[in-house]
Design a protein. Structure first.
Length: 100
């Protein structure tokens, strides 16, 4: 059970590091997580494979590069959802006025 808890803490730490840094060396990751440098590449690659983090490992420079996530507010989706709510509210109002 202690081993399982350790794995969960490491995965959680990797998620936070992945969000905070666009590029970070594997050595820095091992220092932040308190894991041996020899094991960190395996841990990061397993986390990538399992879908815990969205990143790639650059073996030549021994770094982890995070994949940038698209910000939903750069799209028209929030505007479309807001417009849909406005239309629904206006239709409800019009139905109430007709009913009176």
């Amino acid at each position: 059970m202690v081993l399982r808890l350790r794995h969960l803490v490491i995965k959680s730490g990797l998620r936070r590091i992945n969000i905070a840094y666009s590029t970070i060396s594997l050595k820095d990751i091992s220092e932040k997580l308190g894991v041996q440098e020899s094991d960190i590449e395996f841990i990061v690659s397993k986390a990538i494979r399992d879908g815990v983090i969205e990143a790639t490992i650059d073996h030549d420079s021994a770094t982890m590069r995070s994949r940038t996530l698209e910000d939903v507010y750069t799209t028209y989706d929030p505007q479309a959802a807001f417009h849909k709510r406005i239309v629904l509210s206006m239709e409800l109002r019009n139905d109430v006025v007709r009913a009176l």
